[in-house]
Design a protein around this ligand. Structure first.
Ligand code: NAP
Ligand code: ZN
Length: 353
């Protein structure tokens, strides 16, 4: 075992504070990584504050973080994908059963036994529960670690970190629902997920509309790749766009009126939920029935697709837009997330832990 420095929460009401924890020494198929940067996902906030208690209660101490990039410092003797000194990344999962139909199809996030998530999951190897990337070191089985192309790592490694959750969570549904040229696509919410959704939907050739509650984010949305901005608080603008969208990606982290957004879809259009607010959201089913609209959901992406997404970003030069913070600003960053005041992903410089 070795000791790493981390930040943890002790209860739903306590701020994140310095913590030390033990990690396992690498087993034959494991790599050990120095964590250099870790993105701050709204899911971290939901889990630290136990806002998902009804379906995923939080175990404390909770060390969040699932947008992890760093360098390999040790490898087990059966490791073939990495050598010491390579860049590596870890997203939301660190293991799964590998034998159920979903794992075999490369959708480990839907593992029938439940994937081992990077934090707040039972740790089937070391016991207890898993601890995430708000820490300066990590051990992970190589099959759940991703390769980071040197062209990405050397240009801006910190801006690669958010690809591991915000990136794949938007890339995967946009690919699954075949978003592309000739389609009008709305990305709802310009935060961590939303800004990656705009970049990917634009890269796939769609006509992208940023749907936001924050009129002040309009210019940024256009810089990120949106062709139009729709301020959802303005009923006139909502009416103008009603019934015109092929696809909507809903990244909102808080309660909102689903029926109002569903009304924007044309016949056979799909709205896919990736945001997971703390409470159930009611819908008026007539907005689905007329005119035959679809409501769907999606969770991150499997390991093969996450590697595909990272390689796509390397090919196209796609990074996240980040605000780099020292770890002692993490509690302030959470408060700013709640005010939709992030441009567009906080990333922790792990040297400051
Ligand atoms: P974030 O950075 O806080 O962005 C959320 C955005 O939603 C805000 O910036 C804001 O954008 C908009 N918003 C906030 N309150 C709103 C309201 N009441 N009505 C309408 N829009 C509102 O959060 P994130 O990290 O992108 O995460 C978003 C959600 O996705 C969270 O619930 C998170 O847990 C979930 N998530 C899911 C997955 C998955 O696999 N399915 C993966 C990661 C995260 P505007 O200012 O533009 O309105
Ligand atoms: Zn996340």
């Amino acid at each position: 075992m070795y000791t790493v420095k981390a930040y943890s929460a002790k209860s739903p009401a306590s701020p994140l504070a310095p913590y030390t924890l033990q990690r396992r020494d690498p087993l034959p198929h494991d790599i050990q990584m120095e964590v250099l940067y870790c993105g701050v996902c709204h899911s971290d906030l939901h889990q630290v504050r136990n806002e998902w208690a009804d379906w995923n209660p939080t175990e404390y101490d909770c060390v969040p973080g699932h947008e992890i990039v760093g360098k390999v410092t040790k490898v087990g003797d059966k490791v073939s994908k990495f050598k010491v000194g390579d860049y590596a990344a870890v997203g939301c999962m660190v293991d799964s059963c590998k034998s159920c139909v979903n794992c075999k199809d490369g959708f480990e996030q839907y593992c029938a036994e439940g994937a081992t998530f990077t934090y707040n999951s039972p740790d089937k190897v070391s016991g207890g529960h898993t601890y995430g990337g708000y820490s300066n070191g990590l051990t992970v089985t190589e099959s759940f670690a991703l390769r980071v192309a040197p062209s990405l790592a050397e240009k801006n490694l910190a801006a690669v970190a958010p690809l591991l959750c915000a990136g794949i969570t938007t890339y995967s549904p946009l690919r699954h629902w075949k978003v592309g040229p000739g389609q009008k696509v709305g990305i709802i919410g310009l935060g961590g997920l939303g800004h990656m959704g705009v970049k990917f939907a634009a890269a796939f050739g769609a006509h992208v509309v940023m749907i936001t509650t924050s009129p002040g984010k309009g210019a940024d949305a256009e810089r990120l790749g949106a062709k139009e901005v729709l301020v959802s608080k303005d009923p006139e603008q909502m009416k103008k766009h009603a019934g015109t969208f092929d696809f909507l990606l809903d990244t909102v982290a808080a309660e909102h009126d689903l029926s109002a957004y569903l009304s924007l879809l044309k016949r056979d259009g799909t709205m896919t939920m990736v945001g997971i607010p703390d409470k159930p959201l009611p819908i008026h089913t007539v907005t689905l029935a007329f005119p035959r609209r679809q409501l769907a959901g999606s969770v991150i992406g499997g390991i093969p697709e996450t590697q595909e997404m990272l390689d796509f970003c390397a090919e196209k030069g796609i990074f996240s837009d980040i605000e780099l913070i020292p770890i002692d600003k993490i509690n302030e960053a959470y408060e700013r997330l709640l005010k939709s005041d992030v441009k567009y992903r906080f990333v922790i410089d792990m040297k400051t832990v």
